[in-house]
Every structure is written in structure tokens, then in C-alpha cells.
Design a protein around this ligand. Sequence first.
Ligand code: NAD
Length: 316
Amino acid sequence: MKVLVAGGAGFIGSHLMDCLLKEGHQVICIDNFFIGTKKNIEHLQNHDHFTFYERDLANLDAIDPIFESEGSIEYVYHLAANSDIQASAKNPAIEYHNTYSTTFVLLECMRRYNVKKMFFASTSAVYGEKMGISVAENTPDLMPVSYYGGCKLGSEALISSYAYMNDMKVLIFRFPNVIGPRLTHGVIFDFVKRLRQDPSHLRILGDGTQSKPYIYVQDLVDAIIKFKDVKDVGILLYNVGVEGQTSVTRIADIICEKMGLSKIPYDYTGGRGGWKGDVPKFQYDLTKIHNAGWYASWNSDQAVEQTVEEVLKCRQ
Ligand code: NAD
């Protein structure tokens, strides 16, 4: 099958492409290196079944000719978005361009070139703050508190309308924090970077009690592959996550232990969340995907421990 991975030079997209190529698919990747890197895809450059286009996915005039010239694209995996939520908190236009407009452009190209299948990488951020509730897919009152969550929810709505109007079959996963090799941002990455610069103390945003589930990237990619064939026209939506959550202070403890730093002071900036728009505590209801036969192989703490080791190893 000829497939398009939008945002394939990013952290999750590059792992997904590795799996799709292993399965024998012909993979076309579009990315503009807004956050993704050449390093993430350099091992694929000479692969016979891999083609790369450096383009802005929010520019319809730049993307339409790729659908036309490639022809017969069967499946679009849409992972392009702004993943630096703190940056868009200061400049919402980043989110509108990279998260919402990229969705419109891809859907419009799919409509024009009769592509019927899509995977969309959505997020727990569409739920907003739901303290004390284990959120299920049918949780009412989706009220995102970040521009990122707003543009993802807007993208889901756009996808719903395109799927209905054009008989598309779309798989949407809403997932929490994803970690693993090739990680380029987030709390683990930031803490390791700060401690390498100055191991005498660690500045922690918020009060350290922020707790979220962390899923290992390979677990997520396995789920994308397992559920990629949607039977009926319309949207198939799953929360995809792991058992348990890991607090920010616990992450700091794990990193310090693995770096051999004992009893260094933590300087908390205070407040419940790390920044405005951050959801400090979050818990998923995973009944639907568990009933469909999928479980993550690692829980949240195991995913964190493994990722810390990888981040420490690869940047030495
Ligand atoms: P990432 O930033 O590493 O990957 C996104 C890719 O999209 C990057 O390579 C970036 O360069 C590309 N991109 C962005 N805007 C573009 C544009 N206008 N034109 C072309 N390319 C563009 O992020 P990731 O962590 O791999 O996330 C992949 C997807 O999963 C994103 O849609 C993200 O919102 C979603 N998601 C990620 C997490 C997480 O914790 N990593 C959690 C929930 C959802």
C-alpha cells in the first residue's frame, strides 16, 4: 500500500514510518522540519520504498501537487502539528497554522484525490481539565484549555465532516504524553538538559504533583498499526494510554537516581500546573480499547524509567 505520513520527521511519526516500511508499505513523508529533524529520518534516506518531501503542510498549493504526482495514495497518517505547547501559549497562530490548517489541507487533498483512509493523532488535551474524573471517549463537555487542545478538537470536528461528506474511514486516537527514543521535548528531556548544565539543583515548574500517564512510543505505534483498518465509514475513536500516572517529582527522582545525583534541592516555581493551559492531573478511561483487545506492554513508571535511560545514553 502507498501511504503518506504527514509529520513523519517528528518523534512519533519517524517510529511509525519504521514500522510501516518493515511491513512492506511504500511510505511518502511530508515534513518541513518545524520541530522534526533530518536525524530522525536519515536512516531511511536510501530505503527503496521511502520518499521525502520538505513542504509546509498548511500550504494547499504546495501539497496538492504531491497527491497528484504520487497518485494512488491509499492511507494518510496525520501526525503533523505543533508539539511545543508552551510556544503556542505565547503565540496561538503557531497552533492555527501547524495543527488546524494542516488538517484542513490534508482532508481537502484527500477529497480531491479520492483518498478514503486516515489516522489522526489527537490528544488528551481535547478534554480540558476534568479533575477527579476518569475520562472516556464519550465524556461530554469537551472544553480544551490550551490553544493546542482547541485546534486538535477543531481538527476532529473537521475530520468528522469530511468523513461524512466523502465516505472516509478514519481512526482517531486521543493519547497522553508519549515518550521513548528520539524524544525532543517534554519534561524528561528538559530535566536531563538542565541537570547536565547544572547538577547542583533542579528547577521544577509547578508544585511537582502534576501527574499524567506516559505511554512508550512503541506501544502507541503498535496500536496504530493494529487498529489501522477501520471497517465502517465514519470515525472510530479510542483513548489510547497506560495504567497509572507518574508525577513530575517522581520523574525528577528517577532522573537524579540514574544520573547518580543524590539529595539535590528541587526549586518548585509553585502553582498546580506547569504553565497556563497545562492540565495538572489527568486520568483516562481505557475500557473501550481494552475491550478491543489492546493493552500497553509498559505502565507509566516503566515507560519513564526506560526513556530516561535512553535519553541519558544517546546524548553522552
Ligand atoms: P513532533 O513535533 O516530533 O512531530 C510533529 C511533526 O510535524 C514534526 O516533525 C514537525 O516538523 C511537523 N510539522 C509541524 N507543522 C508542520 C507543517 N506546517 N508542515 C510540515 N510539517 C509540520 O511531535 P510528536 O511528539 O511526534 O507528535 C506527533 C503527533 O502526535 C502530533 O500531532 C501531536 O500533536 C500528537 N500527540 C503527541 C503527544 C506526545 O506526547 N508526543 C501526545 C498526544 C498527541
